[in-house]
Design a protein around this ligand. Structure first.
Ligand code: 4FV
Length: 228
């Protein structure tokens, strides 16, 4: 899987790309992430990427030319592999398990991280294939949403998550939430582990998992039951 990122804060990605599951996947070469600084595609000596909005309205807007130049350079130039170009924005399609798997399936992505009030609309009209939102709230930048997407997608890449079956059992894959998990010590604050989990009776344990996943979904996310 190959992911390129365009941002004015490339330094935000370094620790994330060097740590844990994503870090290991990059080390193993099963995930490739290239982070580009948008300012490298500006042409003025102030390397400016924003300007005042036409029509007023406060705040600043990211100008189109650096974005269009940058997307074309990383999509068509030597890097060129014609990646699927995703703009992270609150106007986008809501990210869920199905969307994560769909985007991971594309294998070659360019993630565009906005800042300020947003990006000049003509960028979306010229060099964006899809807008994706991680939720109905406004952040200060698209960098965290891009990291959320990279982490979620990387779990879909074979070999990234040790226990492949744990991905298959991930919440939402089955349309249900996960069942409760227990580990040592056997008693915590006077609360013991459900007997069935200590029984070694795998059929009973699987039934308990299914019942508890359904119970958790009914209590916490009944909307998922309607959907599934
Ligand atoms: C966002 C979201 C998000 C909007 C203005 C960046 C900010 C600023 N992106 N899901 N929610 N983006 O709030 O993806 O430019």
């Amino acid at each position: 899987m190959r992911v390129q990122v365009l941002t004015i804060f490339p330094e935000l990605f370094a620790p994330f790309l060097a740590t844990s599951l994503v870090g290991r996947a990059i080390e193993k070469g099963i995930l490739e992430v290239r982070v580009h600084d948008l300012r490298d595609f500006t042409e003025d000596r102030h390397r400016s990427v924003d300007d005042e909005p036409y029509g007023g309205g406060g705040g600043m807007v990211m100008t189109a030319p650096p974005w269009i130049r940058a997307v074309r350079a990383v999509s068509e130039g030597t890097e060129g592999t014609n990646p699927w170009r995703v703009l992270l924005s609150p106007q986008g399609a809501r990210l869920d398990d199905a969307k994560v798997r769909e985007l991971a399936g594309r294998g070659d992505l360019l993630l565009m991280c906005g800042r300020y009030e947003g990006i000049d609309e003509r960028v979306r009209l010229t060099v964006v294939d899809e807008e994706v939102s991680i939720g109905d709230y406004v952040l200060s930048g698209g960098e965290l949403p891009a990291m959320v997407l990279i982490e979620a997608m990387s779990r879909q890449v074979p070999g990234v998550v040790q226990q492949a079956d744990s991905v298959a059992q991930d919440s939402f894959r089955s349309g249900l939430l996960d069942y409760p998990h227990y580990t040592r010590p056997p008693v915590v604050e006077g609360m013991a582990v459900p007997e069935v989990l200590l029984s070694g009776d795998h059929a009973a344990i699987r039934r308990w998992h299914e019942q508890e996943a359904l119970k958790a979904t009914r209590e916490k996310r009944p909307d998922l039951l309607e959907k599934s």
